[in-house]
Design a protein around this ligand. Structure first.
Ligand code: HEM
Length: 140
């Protein structure tokens, strides 16, 4: 990712972070519309979804400037996700619900450059997580 992309992701995250619950409602609504079966993966109570979503996005945002340092943590996150029942194809659905939510939340601030920056950041994390999930499956 370029420095400019990192800044675009960080700035847009700051705009949306104070509206965590609203963003969460949009995100999960969209996610379950795209794939209703995903409901069964989220077994916890649905309260506090906003916090979870912001935690998830926060992982991406905080680590972007020092990707090498966060790779081990992202890999364990990927292995844990395999344990939650997450499959490779789900990453595409989640990525698309995430980008859609950002578009809704940011409105005109969601420029094509910002969208591309988020897509790049998400792809980086998702590929690392999927790779780790495959390795942990082999090791198990
Ligand atoms: C870049 C991609 C993703 C990131 C950064 C991410 C991040 C996180 C984090 C930080 C947690 C908290 C628990 C933990 O640390 O283990 C979590 C939980 C969870 N994630 Fe993800 N996640 C991603 C993709 C996905 C995908 C593709 C799915 C599939 C639908 C998914 C489903 C879940 C589920 C089911 C939980 C368990 C918590 C619950 O029951 O609500 N995540 N995720």
């Amino acid at each position: 990712m370029t420095q400019e992309q990192i800044e675009l992701v960080t700035e847009s995250f700051e705009k949306i972070a104070p509206r965590a619950e609203e963003a969460a409602a949009l995100f999960y609504g969209r996610l379950f519309e795209l794939d209703p079966d995903l409901r069964f993966l989220f077994r916890g109570d649905l309260g506090g979804q906003g916090t979870k979503l912001m935690q998830m996005i926060g992982v991406a945002v905080r680590g972007l400037g020092r990707v090498d340092e966060i790779i081990p943590a992202v890999r364990s996150l990927g292995a844990r996700h395999a344990g939650y029942g997450v499959e490779d194809s789900h990453y595409e659905t989640v990525g698309s619900a995430l980008l859609w939510t950002l578009g809704q939340g940011l409105g005109p601030d969601f420029t094509s450059e910002t969208e591309e920056a988020w897509a790049t950041a998400y792809a980086l994390l998702a590929e690392t997580m999927k790779d780790a999930a495959r390795s942990s499956a082999v090791a198990a």
